[in-house]
Design a protein around this ligand. Structure first.
Ligand SMILES: [Zn+2]
Ligand SMILES: [Zn+2]
Length: 350
């Protein structure tokens, strides 16, 4: 076993302390990644604070982190895609059954047996706990690692592994591109990636937000429209305007209001997870032949496609880099939306 170190919380108080633990030895198909940066995703906070129980039990000690980028420092004898020194990424899962239609179809996140999550989960043996990216090293099968071709600063790449693919996948699936009018609801870690990606895909993008103060930022990211959804007149004026709406909001909100902004055959995809179940008026969908859908990250092939797309278009996440002693402060600020737009932990110098 490999002795390594990370930062763990022992309970739902989510106080992070140095934590020594073991990674498995590098097997024939494994690579060892020396982690450089780990992004802080809102779902880290939910799980560290046990806010998703009982749906998602929190397992302690917990080392969160599923937006991981680092340098390959060792490869197994059968590894073909990576060499020592390469930059590699790990996203939300690190293994799956490899046999079900989802796994063989490259959408391993929907593995019917349940994929092995990067942390707060177990390996596919259902016994060995997984520890995430708030740590110095990770051992992963090369099939579940991503190649990062970008050079230079890696901090803005880490969040692509969750925030990037979470927004890229539904934009691609529903045909966002030139001539499409796209709305992105919420301008946080997910939303700012949604805006950048939809703009790069050639769509006309409008940001929907409850904070009018975010309009300049939205426009700087490439949005050409902005609707303050607290302003009833503005919402009425924008009714029926959009072909596609990406809903990244994790606070409770009224889906019917957002559906009213879609035009005929419009599609709204939910990627944010509010804590309360939502009320949906059937007329909100029936009236315009509308679709309300969900989406969960992306499979390994599409995550690689997204990283390559971002490298081609010079897209990274806007980040604030912190040292690991500031994780709790970063959690509080993330909950208050007081970050542009993602915290990234410097693990290389930790
Ligand atoms: Zn995430
Ligand atoms: Zn499977």
């Amino acid at each position: 076993m490999i002795q390594t170190k990370g930062y763990a919380t022992q309970d739902k108080e989510a106080k992070f302390k140095p934590f020594a633990f073991e990674r498995r030895d590098v097997g024939p198909h494994d690579i060892l990644i020396d982690i450089v940066y780990a992004g802080i995703c809102h779902s880290d906070i939910h799980q560290a604070r046990a806010e998703w129980e009982p749906m998602v039990p929190s397992i302690y000690p917990m080392v969160p982190g599923h937006e991981i980028v680092g340098r390959v420092s060792q490869v197994g004898g059968e590894v073909t895609r990576f060499a020592v020194g390469d930059i590699a990424g790990i996203g939300c899962f690190v293994d799956s059954c490899r046999q079900c239609p989802a796994c063989t179809g490259g959408i391993e996140q929907y593995c019917v047996k349940g994929s092995a999550q990067t942390y707060n989960s177990t390996e596919m043996d259902r016994v060995t706990p997984t520890y995430g990216g708030y740590s110095k090293q990770y051992v992963v099968d090369e099939k579940y690692a991503l190649k990062v071709m970008a050079q230079g600063d890696l901090s803005g790449i880490a969040p692509l592994l969750c925030a990037g693919i979470t927004t890229y996948s539904p934009l691609k699936r529903w045909g966002v591109g030139p001539g499409k009018k796209v709305a992105v609801a919420g301008l946080g870690g997910l939303g700012h990636m949604g805006v950048k990606l939809a703009v790069a895909m050639g769509a006309e993008v409008t940001v929907l937000s409850t904070s009018p103060s975010k309009e300049p930022d939205a426009r700087e990211l490439g949005a050409t429209g902005f609707v303050n959804v607290r302003d009833e007149e503005a919402v009425k004026a924008a009714a029926g305007s959009f072909d596609f709406l990406l809903d990244t909001i994790s606070a409770n909100h009224d889906y019917n209001v957002y559906l009213s902004l879609l035009g005929l055959n419009g599609v709204m995809v939910i990627v944010g997870v509010p804590t309360e179940p939502a009320m949906l008026n059937a007329f909100s969908l029936i009236g315009g032949n509308k679709v309300l859908a969900g989406s969960l990250i992306g499979g390994i092939p599409e995550t690689q496609e997204m990283l390559d797309f971002c490298a081609d278009h010079n897209i990274v996440s806007d980040v604030e880099i912190i040292t690991p002693d500031r994780i709790e402060e970063a959690y509080d600020r993330t909950v208050r939306s007081d970050v542009r737009y993602r915290f990234v932990i410097d693990m290389a110098n930790a």
